[in-house]
Write a protein that binds this ligand. Structure first.
Ligand SMILES: Nc1ccn([C@@H]2O[C@H](COP(=O)(O)OP(=O)(O)OP(=O)(O)O)[C@@H](O)[C@H]2O)c(=O)n1
Ligand SMILES: C[C@](O)(CO)[C@H](O)COP(=O)(O)O
Length: 374
């Protein structure tokens, strides 16, 4: 059963202040909403935006569907549910764009609870004493037993929450309130203190501190590719046209080095390989220039908040000789990746006339890439 995620980000963040609405302010080097999107990477995501923010949202969407929100949070959620209606969605998670530190473990707990419940949401039991107050003076106390602080993502069976929103008069604080008004039973799962909602300016400092404590995310990926020789007079290697007595056979331009590097980037992101993103069965990629694939992988890395720290490509062939072209290949790859040439290495080796590369039946390439997220 497919699961979609709705990330509501159409509010104006009036309490947070700043030049931009809080979801567009920078947190540890990228927009708050970029962190939130990355937390749900790999899932079908819908981001609810304010019409004024469309250009910013398109820049970081990373494949998410963009839907325009309404004047209130519940109207924004409703717009996204209506946009998903009729698409065969089984379950939906609804999350505040302003909660960028949600963890995979918390998302997992909500999804697991949805296996046995029509609705599930995270919360933390209230641990402080509770008072009422009037004009700065305590006017009474309240029993905190059984009181919870609600968080998101809140999860629901899709048709049930869609019907609940359609029937609700509006004005709900969250989707659990809407669900309960429709008679749905909601399971509470353990929330997390770090899953804070950025609401006031000081919350940004807290979130930065939490992110620093989590440390760097360093990813290493590897790629390997082989293309056979066929009749021709040149080969494409790492973006450079190299004259040769043969060509390389492939669905695209058969740039074996660039393919290995592209797969290394996809590997570091756990995003499969070129074939997943550009299926060879799709005629539009016949004869395609391989920089399209590499650029896509690099953009995907950037959209997920990673910078490409370095990469290293080794071409394995007896001929053509790579040395005279290595600097041009390094420059070509660096330009496509958008990084300095000093972070790109291109080298070659023979296989001492052993195996298929030694018999000059084709060229092999291996590559590694390191991605870093601060
Ligand atoms: N019309 C609205 C109002 C809120 N939200 C989203 O709902 C989440 C939780 O709301 P809140 O923290 O109250 O955000 P804002 O409404 O932006 O903040 P404020 O009340 O301070 O203006 C936020 O991710 C916000 O962008 C939304 O999508 N559409
Ligand atoms: C949905 C919510 O995050 C649950 O805690 C919260 O109610 C939304 O924020 P708001 O400040 O109440 O709009």
């Amino acid at each position: 059963m497919s699961t979609a995620v709705i990330i509501v980000a159409a509010g104006r963040g009036s309490r947070a202040g700043g030049e931009l609405p809080k979801q567009w302010q920078t947190l540890a080097g990228r927009p708050v909403l970029g962190h939130t999107l990355a937390a749900f990477a790999g899932m079908d995501r819908v981001v609810v935006i304010h019409p004024d923010d469309r250009a910013r949202a398109e820049a970081i969407a990373d494949g998410a569907l963009l839907v325009e929100g309404g004047a209130s949070r519940d109207q924004s959620v409703r717009n996204a549910l209506e946009a998903l209606a009729g698409r065969g969605i089984g379950r939906v998670l609804i999350h505040d764009g302003a909660r960028p530190l949600v963890s995979a473990a918390l998302i997992g707990r909500v999804l697991a609870a949805l296996e046995v419940s029509a609705a599930a949401a995270p919360a933390l039991a209230v641990t402080d004493a509770l008072w009422t107050g009037v004009q700065g003076r305590v006017s009474g106390t309240r029993d905190r037993n059984g009181l919870y602080r609600a968080q998101t993502p809140q999860g629901f069976h899709f048709e049930a929450i869609l019907a609940a929103h359609r029937a609700h008069p509006g004005g709900a604080a969250d989707d659990v309130e809407v669900a309960r008004a429709a008679g749905l039973d909601v399971t509470i799962v353990e929330g997390e203190e770090d899953n804070l909602k950025l609401t006031f300016p000081a919350d940004f400092w807290r979130a930065e501190t939490i992110l620093k404590g989590r440390g760097m995310d360093i990813r290493l990926g590897n790629g390997f590719d082989v293309h056979a020789f066929c009749p021709g007079d040149h080969v494409w290697l790492c973006g450079v046209r190299v004259p040769h007595s043969k060509a390389l056979l492939g669905h695209s331009d058969a740039d074996v080095g660039m393919h290995a590097l592209t797969d290394a980037l996809y590997g570091a992101l756990a995003e499969g390989d070129i074939g997943r993103h550009f299926p060879p069965s799709d005629p539009q990629w016949k004869g395609a220039e391989s920089h399209i694939f590499l650029r896509h992988a690099a953009e995907l890395a950037r959209a997920r908040g990673f910078t490409i720290s370095n990469c290293d490509v080794t071409l394995i062939c007896e001929r053509p000789k790579v040395g005279p072209h290595a600097a041009a290949m390094q420059a070509a790859l660096a330009a496509i990746l958008g990084i300095e040439a000093s972070r790109v290495s291109v080298k070659a080796t023979t296989s001492e006339q052993l195996g298929f590369t030694g018999r000059e039946e084709g060229i092999a390439a291996i590559a590694t890439a390191t991605l870093v997220q601060l």
